[in-house]
Design a protein around this ligand. Structure first.
Ligand SMILES: Nc1nc2c(c(=O)[nH]1)N[C@H]1C(S)=C(S)[C@@H](COP(=O)(O)OP(=O)(O)OC[C@H]3O[C@@H](n4cnc5c(=O)[nH]c(N)nc54)[C@H](O)[C@@H]3O)O[C@H]1N2
Ligand SMILES: Nc1nc2c(c(=O)[nH]1)N[C@H]1C(S)=C(S)[C@@H](COP(=O)(O)OP(=O)(O)OC[C@H]3O[C@@H](n4cnc5c(=O)[nH]c(N)nc54)[C@H](O)[C@@H]3O)O[C@H]1N2
Ligand code: SF4
Ligand SMILES: [Mo]
Length: 736
């Protein structure tokens, strides 16, 4: 049989690897790296080779499904949307918008169609409260970026391709491939840093695969990173090492930070962090003394007790040592195609305020428009005015991914209407009344926009669809637009998706300062490809519809299937700063007000017993790729990692089951004794627990594992961001 070779970008993670997809007839025969991809240059991981498995997976949903009692029925799209209308409008009529909400999951950030239109769904729906995976992820960083630079998505990333010193805190790119840091082959970059005489230091409670590759592993007590970082600041001030470098004329707050850091000498934090004072001093001097240095923090610094303080202090250390907005330091990406979330948000035009409303049941203040995702269960389960009766999930699996998972699982059956836009019948969607399946990655075009906001280079690669979607199947952007219309109260038959899309496109043209009428005339149809062309043409390298004739358009990417690379990161902070003062706010009062709580942590002493943290593995992707046999076969990966001394004390043995309990729940899981854990800390991966009845995940069921979020207490949140604390909470471990 003849074989076609298609080039495309893997949409699964931030590494954005270029793939070569070999197709015979309607089957994927082979996937390997595209060695000529301008961005990834032949790098790939095992997940990228499984896009064919996902596409052909018999469990992947291909037609909409409607549930009646315990029974699922495949239906046509018209019937599915009619059922959505009936259910949603019933709730809206009886209880109003306050009874309706949505949960937005992680793949929306990686999906061409969803990512570009989820904002439209939210804008159309105008719901008082929405939830997302963001509050178990990067919300603390959104808060610090909003206050420091004036945009919640202006998150600076380490320029690791040019740095001479990289401090990695709470991130494990060996597994995750980088997060809020887009760069292929990060372990290879570590080698290159070392080869050019630089150094890489990993601060993590676990000796990870990244730590193994680095020069030094510095174990740290979970949740104490902010104290460590303030101690670094202390040394930098005390030893006269402050040098703001290129941003010196636009930084506010140096004296405030100096004042706060004064109370955190290394000797005071050492016992709490479990890091010797001499090590802290040495690291501070190394950062300040390196030709260039980048301090980077990721999910371990967000999903923890002092998430916002730690996330903020990452940037502070870079700014104080002259490693901000310059090559080799922390820099802002410069995407070829701007993402919709990089546009100024009118709700913050007068400056940002927090706590504009609070959640009904526990009174959690909103932060950047959201309350903690752990509120969702109680908002559904607690009767009274404002009780949530309808939920729309988009590419999310919160029954696995959110804290106090057991409570959410128990609450979802109480809903009068649940609609899921999802490709699988899984732990969450089994509770839905209607499931609207999306396309497989190979059935739709692709071009990353969100992720390139923190990419190490301005590169882009357009991938056309490989397989035609089934004829009557709406694309995901059309599904979201229609659902948005239904949420806005429109009748299904009155919803004109194309007209709504034109309205959205017009608004985007206006936001970018181009004439919508002139621009619209370039296109025969709407949708995400039209939007992408606008994103490219009005982006930093674009042709502005003829004003810059040498500039880029989508066509250039169609003509260059290995991608186009416009060079490394460039200084950008002056261009994008949008704070009320027009300056970098290094010491926002909202954040610094939390420092006394950190000081109290120093005085509190160590918690009793063991603390649980999460981990990732290269062959998993959050909760949803365990149905791919080649990725889950072999040794069980859902194990409790525990230090030998702790295992002995707890009376548990390698390979045997242990019972792990917390105030929220209990699980039984195999033990893996390893000195890669620091004493006192145990680790479970997240994303497992596929043993629920009523799912359609035949492979994942055979490798069920346990859900670590059954253990995470939902009330534990970082107070400034509302982000979940799923790292560093107390558990007990014992034999079963
Ligand atoms: N304990 C603990 N909990 C955590 C974390 C942790 O480190 N520890 N990490 C947190 C983080 S960072 C995140 S981002 C969240 C993730 O949390 P979620 O986003 O809730 O979960 P995912 O597992 O990513 O689920 C993705 C869902 O999208 C569906 N899906 C996949 N691709 C597509 C597609 O193309 N279209 C559509 N329509 N659906 C699709 C899948 O079937 C699945 O149901 O988990 C968080 N939870
Ligand atoms: N293969 C794979 N890749 C993924 C994902 C996946 O599930 N699988 N998920 C994707 C998503 S949604 C995200 S958000 C990213 C996340 O990307 P990363 O942030 O790199 O995620 P992890 O690999 O979980 O690494 C987090 C590290 O934080 C450490 N840690 C825990 N608590 C603390 C603490 O208090 N302090 C410090 N210093 N460290 C701590 C953990 O030991 C762990 O090594 O990965 C993305 N990429
Ligand atoms: S690292 Fe793996 S999952 Fe991530 S983009 Fe590359 S091939 Fe895909
Ligand atoms: Mo995430």
């Amino acid at each position: 049989m003849s074989r076609d070779i298609h080039l495309r970008t893997c949409p699964l993670c931030e590494a954005m690897c270029g793939l070569e997809i070999h197709v015979e007839g309607d089957r994927v025969a082979l996937i390997r790296a595209d060695r000529d991809d301008v961005w990834s240059k032949g790098y790939i991981c095992p997940k990228g080779t499984t896009l064919g498995h996902l596409h052909h997976d018999p469990d992947r949903l291909r037609s909409p499904m409607v549930r009646e009692g315990e029974q699922w029925r495949d239906v046509g799209w018209d019937e599915a949307f009619a059922r959505c209308e009936e259910l949603l409008h019933g709730v809206l009529a009886r209880d109003g918008k306050q009874a309706v909400t949505t949960y937005i999951g992680n793949p929306t950030a990686h999906n061409f169609s969803l990512g570009r239109y989820v904002g439209l769904l939210i804008a159309l729906a105008q719901l008082p409260m929405i939830y997302s995976a963001g509050t178990v992820d990067q919300w603390p960083k959104n808060v610090s970026s909003m206050l420091m630079y004036g945009g919640m998505w202006w998150i600076p990333a380490p320029d690791i391709q040019r740095t001479d010193y990289w401090l990695v805190m709470g991130g494990n790119p060996q597994a995750s491939q980088g997060s809020l840091l887009a760069c292929p082959d990060i372990l290879g970059e570590i080698d290159k840093i070392q080869a050019r005489g630089g150094k890489v230091v990993v601060v993590d409670p676990r000796r990870t695969g990244t730590a193994d590759r680095a020069d030094e592993w510095v174990p740290i007590m979970p949740g104490t990173d902010a104290a460590f970082l303030l101690a670094l600041c202390h040394v930098v001030f005390a030893e006269g090492l402050v040098d703001l470098g290129d941003v010196a004329d636009i930084v506010n707050g140096v004296d405030e930070v100096r004042g706060l850091a004064a109370a955190f000498p290394p000797e005071r934090v050492a016992a709490t962090c479990r890091i010797p004072a001499a090590t802290i001093r040495r690291i501070a001097r190394d950062i300040a003394g390196a030709p260039s240095a980048a301090v980077y923090g990721r999910i371990g610094l967000c999903n923890q007790e002092f998430g916002t303080l730690a996330s903020w202090l990452i940037d502070v250390v870079n700014i104080l040592t002259g490693n901000f907005d310059r090559p080799g330091g922390l820099m802002f990406g410069n995407p070829i195609a701007w993402g919709a979330n990089s546009l100024p948000d009118p709700q913050w035009a007068q400056g940002v305020t927090f706590g504009r409303w609070t959640s009904r049941v526990r009174g959690a203040p909103e932060v950047l428009g959201q309350v903690p995702v752990s509120c969702l269960a109680e908002e559904i389960a607690t009767p009274g005015p404002g009780q949530i009766k309808a939920l729309v999930t988009v590419a999310g699996n919160p029954v696995i991914s959110s804290p106090d998972a057991g409570r959410l699982d128990a609450a979802l059956p109480l809903l009068e209407c649940m609609i899921s836009v999802d490709n699988y019948l899984n732990e969450t969607t089994r509770h839905a009344h209607v499931i609207l399946p999306g396309s497989s990655a190979l059935e739709q075009p692709h071009f990353d926009d969100l992720i390139t906001m923190w990419a190490s280079r301005s590169a882009g690669n357009f991938s056309p669809a490989i397989f035609p979607p089934p004829p009557d199947r709406p694309a995901e952007w059309q599904i979201l637009t229609r659902l948005g219309g239904l949420l806005a109260g429109m009748n299904n038959t009155d919803i004109d998706v194309a007209a709504i899309d034109d309205g959205y496109f017009t608004a985007l043209c206006q936001a970018k300062g181009v004439d919508p009428e002139h621009v619209m005339a370039h296109y025969e149809r709407g949708g995400p490809e039209r939007m992408l062309d606008l994103q490219i043409r009005t982006g930093p390298f674009g042709d502005r519809y003829g004003d810059k004739p040498d500039g880029l358009t989508l066509q250039h990417f169609r003509d260059n299937p290995h991608g186009i690379d416009m060079g490394p990161m460039v200084p950008r902070v002056r261009e994008l700063l949008d704070t009320p003062s027009g300056r970098i706010e290094m010491a926002p009062a909202y954040i610094t007000a939390d420092v006394p709580r950190l000081e109290a942590r120093l005085d509190r002493g160590d918690p009793d017993g063991l603390l649980l943290i999460s981990r990732r593995h290269l062959r998993s992707n959050n909760s949803w790729m365990h149905n791919v046999n080649v990725l889950v076969k072999g040794k069980d990966r859902c194990t409790l990692l525990i230090h030998p001394d702790d295992a002995a004390r707890a009376g548990v043995e390698d390979g045997k089951l242990a019972r792990v309990t917390s105030e929220a729940g209990a699980v039984e899981v195999p033990v893996e004794v390893s000195d890669e854990m620091m004493p006192g800390i145990v680790s479970l991966p997240h994303g497992w627990g596929h043993d629920k009845e009523g799912t359609r995940l035949s492979v994942a069921r055979e490798h069920a594992g346990v859900n670590n979020n059954l253990l995470a207490p939902g009330h534990l949140v970082d107070p400034l961001s509302g982000n979940a604390i799923v790292n560093g909470f107390a558990v007990e471990v014992g034999p079963t």
